[in-house]
Design a protein around this ligand. Structure first.
Ligand SMILES: Cc1cc2nc3c(=O)[nH]c(=O)nc-3n(C[C@H](O)[C@H](O)[C@H](O)COP(=O)(O)O)c2cc1C
Length: 355
């Protein structure tokens, strides 16, 4: 009996298996609007048998985009562009999910294949927002420290985005508090040097994350799951770490968050990250064990047996795959076969199913 391919129920949602498509920016939106690229990219991974397909980091506001090509959800036109994608994912038996994000001081940069350089306002860029006026690096612009008014607006933007995500037909919202983007910047003492109630001790640094989560939980249907992605560690002394992550996870769970998606890094350029197969799984395991919340493991999970072991061992409740699903959108169908599970193939492809 495969645990990886056993269904999972969360609130009113049932996932056909625990192989989930990790959110992946495509830098292919026009003014934040999803394009046919997104339908094909996300749709083929739903066809490939994943239990859930998550739309990339989707910005709650225009200035919250990482790049001008980022996905957005700040208007009703964005809902219209996303709705057919959510519907197609669902038709294939996968659960449609979306990650809601704000890039903070990492905003206004170019797509990776154009060098990921900061874009100056004169070239169509904009001044990023952050907890404090501290740039990511010498090559990045100095962000504007957010005012109390900015923070109130941000809460409204996240709640509107969650309502729109539901209108578009998504069943799961994941809040992006990881990878050195805005909310992670508030959590980490390295990027947050505020002296108001949103900076300083751990309670203050967590305040924005908790405010946003509370507001989104109230705006998001009670019968649908709400998740949060965190960076469990900055991988440097004096930064955000696993201890603080366990505290945050417990507080988020108490607010009605159903799963913590445990990533790491992204706040400190060139941090010494010990990358290797399954290198972040221990974060998911520790947070799950100590805070009692369901967790997702992500990061260099590429083999069927490896993924099966993570779930069967109780290290995480689900696995998120990113690059391996770019290499092979049908990975879940192949993994099921390897594990001796008779997962249904789309009827259109049935004649190709290995027996
Ligand atoms: C092309 C690409 C885009 C990504 N975009 C996002 C994103 O939008 N949001 C996010 O939380 N992580 C993003 N990530 C990180 C992945 O979701 C994942 O955490 C990371 O790639 C590690 O998993 P992997 O080893 O299976 O690729 C991205 C990764 C890739 C390769």
């Amino acid at each position: 009996m495969s645990q990886l391919f056993s269904p999972l129920r969360m609130r009113s949602v049932e996932f056909r298996n625990r192989v989930f498509v990790s959110p992946m920016c495509q830098y292919s939106s026009h003014d934040g609007l999803a394009t046919p690229w997104h339908l094909v990219h996300l749709g083929s991974r739903a066809v490939g048998g994943a239990g859930l397909v998550m739309v990339e980091a989707t910005s709650v506001s225009r200035e919250g985009r990482i790049s001008p090509g980022d996905s957005g959800i700040w208007s009703d036109a964005h809902v219209e562009a996303l709705a057919p994608i959510a519907a197609f994912i669902r038709e294939q038996g996968a659960i449609p999910a979306i990650q809601l994000a704000h890039a903070g001081r990492k905003a206004s940069t170019d797509a990776p294949w154009r060098g990921a350089r900061a874009i100056a306002p004169a070239d169509g860029g904009w001044q990023p927002l952050a907890p404090s006026a501290i740039p990511l690096s010498a090559h990045h612009p100095t962000p504007r420290a957010m005012s109390a008014d900015d923070l109130r607006t941000l809460v409204e933007q996240f709640t509107s985005a969650a309502r729109r995500a539901r209108e578009a037909g998504f069943d799961v919202v994941e809040l992006h508090y990881a990878h050195g983007y805005l909310v992670h910047e508030f959590l980490s003492p390295i990027s947050n040097q505020r002296d108001d109630e949103y900076g300083g001790d751990l309670d203050n640094r967590m305040r924005l994350a908790l405010d946003l989560t509370r507001a989104v939980r109230a705006a998001w249907p009670a019968d649908l799951p709400l998740w949060v992605r965190i960076s469990a560690s900055d991988w440097v002394d004096g930064g955000w770490d696993v201890e603080q992550s366990v505290t945050l996870a417990s507080r988020l769970k108490a607010l009605g968050v159903d799963l913590i998606d445990c990533s790491s890094g992204g706040l400190v350029p060139d941090a010494p990250i010990a990358v290797g197969p399954g290198y972040q799984v221990s974060f998911a395991a520790e947070i799950r064990r100590r805070s009692g919340v369901a967790t997702g493991a992500v990061g260099m999970i590429t083999e069927a047996e490896q993924a099966e072991h993570i779930i069967a061992n109780g290290e995480a409740d689900v696995v998120f795959l990113a690059r391996e699903l770019l290499r092979d959108p049908y990975w879940p169908l192949h993994a099921a076969h390897q594990l001796g599970v008779d997962a249904p193939w789309p009827p259109q492809y049935e004649r190709a199913k290995p027996r």
